[in-house]
Each structure stands twice: as structure tokens, then as C-alpha cells.
Design a protein around this ligand. Structure first.
Ligand code: SAM
Length: 248
């Protein structure tokens, strides 16, 4: 990976080149420097503010949250704070964290009115402390961890930070990569093609011994099969899955 110096701007092509270089070099491409470079290259890298599907994903996630509680919550991978803005009214306090300082700066700006929201630049696997949250959300973060052991590390960390009876809300895409809204038939075709591409890419990555990105079903399964967590509710959409768990 190219080290990023403060103030340096990278183009999207530069970011893509970094990812390809690290795949060829068999190192994990999606580390904090990757995300920092992505956010410095352009705001809103996944176009969450303009894509209706992102809003649908946010609404489906919030819909699974039990009503009548004002949570002491943590949002893992808050990005530029678009979901933070929607989650904040449901919280007494909210710690929004991410590995990218640039993303957090924008998240802070977007949530300036929400004085009960605090921001933290950290890796979810490096968090320590006693159970202090009664809600933790992890939306589209786990695929970016370098393999099953890292997901396991994140799982152990968040369980430790969750009070007994506290909720863990996971949202991840069914497919690999980006998606766009289209008519249903076209969408199915697109998903089929993306599925084939994903298989081919994964076979290629496996052949050169590079790490492979997992998807919602595999990622959520590792949390579902945890003795400290019980499954409360689930939404399975053609594009994403939302899983609500509760710490026993
Ligand atoms: C695809 S974005 C998802 C953003 C937001 N949760 C959403 O769904 O709109 C992934 C975010 O996770 C952050 N991230 C990646 N790895 C992380 C880690 N190990 N710990 C905390 N945040 C991480 C990235 O910086 C990025 O902002």
C-alpha cells in the first residue's frame, strides 16, 4: 500500500490501483489506509445519499429495532454519518466510530445538531472495555475484515462491549460490491451476472492465494451460531440481510 500523507488527494483510479496491487501482493487491501484514501478521493464514495436502495437498507435496519427504548448505542463503520443521522433520534447516547478520520470529520459536520453523538476513530477489533452499550450496529463493515479470524475477533470485541440483554444489529449485502436500482427483471439479471463475476473473481483470487471477501450469509452465520447471542429477528431482502441478535 502507498502511505498517504496528510493533505494528499488520490483519484478513484489511484485507489483501485492500490487494491489491485495489494491483491497481487497477497496482502489485504481493505485496511484503514484504503478507506482514508477512498474518502479523500471523493466524498460519499458509495453514493449513499443519492441511491434509493441505500435508504431502503437503512429503513429496513431501523425497522428491526425494538420500539420504546432509547439506546446507549455504538455504530461501527459510521462512514460520513448518513445512517448516524437516522439512528440518533432512537438513542440516549451514540458513539459513531470508523477507521477513517476524513469520513468522521464529515460525519461530525452532518450531525452537528446531535449533541448526544460522539465520534471515535478506531478499528472495531481494537476496542477494549467493559460492557457499556445496549445497542451496537454493524452495517457493511465485516466484509472488509481480513478473513474469518478477524471477523471472530470483531465478534468477541462487540459481545464484550454489549450489556446482557443488549442488541446487536448486523446489515450486509447479499452480493459482492456495489449495486444500483433497476427494474426487477434487470436487477435479477444484474445479480446473476454479478454472482458469476464474483465466483470467477473468487476462483482467481483463490488461485493466487489472495484473501476472499465474504457476504452477508456467511458473515451473519458466524454471529448466529454464538452461544452468547440469540436471534431475535431477521430481514432477508434480495439485496441485503439484516439480523437482530440479543446478548443473553
Ligand atoms: C461500505 S462503508 C459502510 C458505511 C455505513 N455503515 C453504511 O452502511 O452506509 C464501510 C465503512 O466501514 C469502515 N470500516 C472498515 N473497516 C473498519 C474497521 N475495521 N473498523 C471500523 N470501521 C471500519 C470504513 O471506513 C467505511 O466507512
Amino acid at each position: 500500500m502507498i502511505p498517504i500523507t496528510p493533505g494528499q488527494r488520490l483519484t478513484k483510479a489511484g485507489v483501485a490501483a492500490q487494491v489491485i496491487r495489494s491483491i497481487i501482493g497477497r496482502s489485504w487491501p481493505f485496511d484503514s489506509r484504503h478507506f482514508e484514501a477512498l474518502y479523500r478521493a471523493a466524498p460519499d464514495p458509495w453514493h449513499v445519499t443519492v441511491k434509493p436502495n441505500e435508504q431502503r437498507k437503512y429503513a429496513a435496519t431501523l425497522a428491526l429495532l425494538p420500539e420504546g427504548c432509547s439506546y446507549e448505542a455504538m455504530e461501527v463503520g459510521c462512514s460520513e454519518g448518513a445512517f448516524t443521522l437516522l439512528l440518533a433520534p432512537r438513542c440516549k447516547s451514540l458513539l459513531a466510530m470508523d477507521v477513517s478520520a476524513t469520513a468522521l470529520e464529515r460525519a461530525r459536520g452532518r450531525n452537528v445538531e446531535n449533541r448526544h453523538v460522539n465520534f471515535l476513530c478506531a478499528d472495531v477489533r481494537r476496542l477494549h472495555g467493559e460492557a457499556q452499550f445496549d445497542l451496537i450496529t454493524i452495517m457493511e463493515v465485516l466484509y472488509y475484515l481480513p478473513g474469518a479470524e478477524a471477523v471472530e475477533e470483531a465478534r468477541r470485541t462487540v459481545i464484550q462491549l454489549l450489556r446482557p440483554g443488549g442488541y446487536l444489529l448486523l446489515t450486509h449485502l447479499q452480493g459482492w460490491g456495489d449495486y444500483t436500482p433497476h427494474a426487477r427483471g434487470l436487477q435479477k439479471l444484474e445479480h446473476g451476472i454479478k454472482g458469476c463475476c464474483r465466483c470467477l473473481i473468487n476462483v482467481g483470487l483463490r488461485a493466487i492465494g489472495a484473501p476472499i471477501m465474504a457476504r452477508a450469509p456467511e458473515l451473519h452465520a458466524s454471529f448466529r451460531n454464538t452461544p452468547e447471542l440469540e436471534v431475535m429477528a431477521e430481514t432477508i431482502d434480495p439485496e441485503f440481510q439484516v439480523l437482530l441478535l440479543r446478548r443473553t
